[in-house]
Design a protein around this ligand. Structure first.
Ligand code: ADP
Ligand code: MG
Ligand code: ZN
Length: 481
């Protein structure tokens, strides 16, 4: 790497979450029996006419707003012509020189500092089918994906390290999921990334020739493939060679790049305006309505959590990563929990129960609505029940969602033991039964307090008011013989 600088631009393809495909009524759904979600329009049978799906433009608008992009009220569809077995039409409907939006940016954290990358454009297009290469050397084609709506987000060549590209992709996935535009599932191909890579000598004013890498289907592959390609290009330059523009395929298993083809320039695609679709026109009022309905975005939420609620960095990131988690946390706070307690409960018991039971957040919040948990949190913070008891109530609550925390408290016979006389009797008995431990305490071993408190909680089945019990215990331990 010495003396060289890396230059990377990313093209992200995100499948939009819509009920139907971009230009026909076929379902937009992953995992169906191959070639069952198809019709003359998405197969491109001569004479079939596309009709644009309004849902697509609403999703694209949400994303463009979230990226701070300029939305073009008029944009145009073009045909991108190429031959491939998974593209029976012989062309893809895309947008070329009049894209849906231009500009915008995305910020993310990498190695502890914030970096912002400018976005060139985001345009609409349709997906192609999927070829599957079998072990016996044959290839089969599934056309269910033909016509699935995509948004392609093209970044400026501003990445200077592989980790920056990985962090950007991960932030983009988080944002897409947060606003419900794409499910971000890279294993299923609903989010895909191509990386354009070149290197140049540090200080050189111009960019050099680049290569494009396809088939990067995880954040890890993006980083590894960029690192491998950087090495390859530097080695070629060091030997006095030249880089030719080409497309490479990243082989995840073998961790190496395989040349695919000499990269086509845009001339080779013979783009021309799609004759079967009118210009895409939206109104400013449509954009404004969508803007008004947008949730607070992760970046703004993090600001709120750190500045207004003074939560620590771990909590700020954890809570703002998913709109369901942030929504749930916000409701806990709105219904009376302190931000600190809300964060502690969501990151602790709530998350543990999701992991243990394999529930989605939606499933969890149907069982334990935020207002219900908020009641329990406040009860605990007031000292009506101890933290240990609250955990027991919580565990019962998630399996008996029809009960209220109060009913469960009654059912479990939970009460806080605050009777000082009764506590005093229990504790002095414990102390007198453990003369050796008492002696150790009096020799200065303060950790014996923990030992005695453990016995107190055992004897009271966790019901003792912890603060009161400790006061009583300390008095007895420190009392003169
Ligand atoms: P194409 O039409 O070949 O896809 P684009 O102009 O759309 O080309 O650019 C594709 C991507 O390549 C963009 O993300 C851009 O930032 C990036 N890119 C452009 N030039 C370079 C370069 N010299 N080195 C690395 N990346 C580049
Ligand atoms: Mg491109
Ligand atoms: Zn169809």
């Amino acid at each position: 790497m010495s003396g060289y600088e890396l230059v990377v631009g990313l093209e992200i393809h995100a499948q939009l979450v819509t009920k139907t495909k971009a230009f026909c009524r076929c379902a937009n759904r992953y995992g169906a029996e191959p070639n069952t979600l198809v019709c003359p329009v998405c197969l491109g049978t001569p004479g079939a006419l596309p009709v644009f799906n309004r849902e697509v433009v609403a999703q694209a608008t949400r994303l463009a707003i979230a990226l701070g992009a300029d939305i073009h009220l008029h944009s145009r569809f073009d045909r991108k012509n190429y031959f491939y077995p998974d593209l029976p039409k012989g062309y893809q409907i895309s947008q070329f020189d009049h894209p849906f939006s231009t500009g915008g940016h995305l910020s993310f954290i990498v190695n502890g500092s914030t970096k912002s990358i400018n976005i060139t454009r985001a345009h609409l297009e349709e997906d192609a089918g999927k070829s599957m290469h079998l072990a016996d050397g044959s290839t089969i084609v599934d056309l269910n994906r033909c016509g699935v709506p995509l948004i392609e987000i093209v970044s400026e060549p501003e990445f200077r390290a592989a980790e920056e590209a990985g962090a950007y992709l991960s932030a983009m996935r988080e944002l897409l999921r947060f606003i419900g535009v794409c499910d971000g599932n890279m294993d299923e191909g609903s989010l895909r990334c191509d990386a354009n890579v070149s290197v140049r000598k540090i200080g050189e004013p111009e960019f050099r020739e680049r290569c494009e890498m396809k088939n990067l289907n995880s954040i890890r592959s993006v980083e590894r493939a960029i690192a491998a390609e950087t090495k390859r290009q530097i080695a070629i330059y060091e030997q006095g060679g030249v880089i030719h523009r080409q497309t490479l395929q990243w082989n995840e298993q073998e961790e190496r790049l395989i040349p695919m083809r000499v990269k086509e320039g845009s001339d080779d695609y013979r783009y021309f305006p799609e004759p079967d679709l009118p210009e895409l026109r939206i109104t400013q009022a449509f954009v404004d309505d969508i803007r008004a309905s947008m949730p607070m975005l992760p970046e703004q939420l993090r600001e709120k959590y750190s500045t207004t609620y003074k939560l620590n960095r771990e909590a700020v990131y954890y809570l703002a990563i998913d709109i369901r988690i942030s929504g749930y946390t916000d409701t806990l706070i709105e219904t009376g929990s302190t931000a600190q307690s809300a964060a502690k409960w969501v990151m602790g018991p709530v998350t543990r129960s999701l992991n243990e039971r394999g529930w989605s957040f939606d499933e969890f919040s149907r069982r334990v609505p935020a207002a219900t948990l908020s009641g329990l949190i406040q009860k605990t913070d007031r000292g009506d029940i101890t933290l240990g008891q609250a955990n027991a109530v919580f565990k019962a609550l998630i399996v008996k969602p029809e009960k209220s925390p109060d009913e469960i408290v009654a059912e479990l016979g939970i009460e806080v033991m605050r009777d000082e006389v009764k506590l005093g009797a229990i504790i002095s008995e414990i102390v007198s039964e453990h003369p050796e431990e008492l002696a150790k305490f009096r020799e200065g071993k303060t950790k014996m307090v923990g030992f005695f408190m453990g016995l107190v909680m055992q004897a009271t089945k966790g019901q003792a008011d912890a603060q009161l019990a400790k006061n009583v215990l300390m008095e007895l331990l420190e009392a003169k013989e």
